[in-house]
Design a protein around this ligand. Structure first.
Ligand SMILES: [Zn+2]
Length: 95
């Protein structure tokens, strides 16, 4: 079976699956709600100096100075490969 995913499909995964949903529902990260902002425990430094951006659909850790798109976040939290992360996100869409 082919393991090829088109650039359009990968872009769709990064954009269509809301980063907040990846954090809370898919990866079950510990979160704190600050007014209308979601803060999550950074999978790298474990601090809460974080935010999500609904325009870019990225999660950012200000301490690590790192942005995570949904694929990055699944790879980092799940300690899995790019292909594994894509499959996890794809399975969610297919549900
Ligand atoms: Zn961090």
């Amino acid at each position: 079976m082919s393991q090829y995913y088109s650039a359009d499909f990968l872009r769709m995964l990064r954009n269509e699956i809301l980063i907040d949903e990846v954090i809370t529902d898919l990866m079950n990260l510990e979160v704190r709600n600050m007014r209308d902002r979601l803060r999550f425990r950074c999978p790298l430094c474990y601090n809460f100096h974080t935010a999500t951006n609904h325009v870019t659909n990225l999660a950012r850790c200000f301490d690590c100075q790192k942005n995570f798109n949904p694929i990055d976040l699944v790879m980092t939290v799940g300690k899995c490969s790019f292909m594994d992360a894509v499959k996890i996100l794809k399975d969610r869409i297919d549900q």
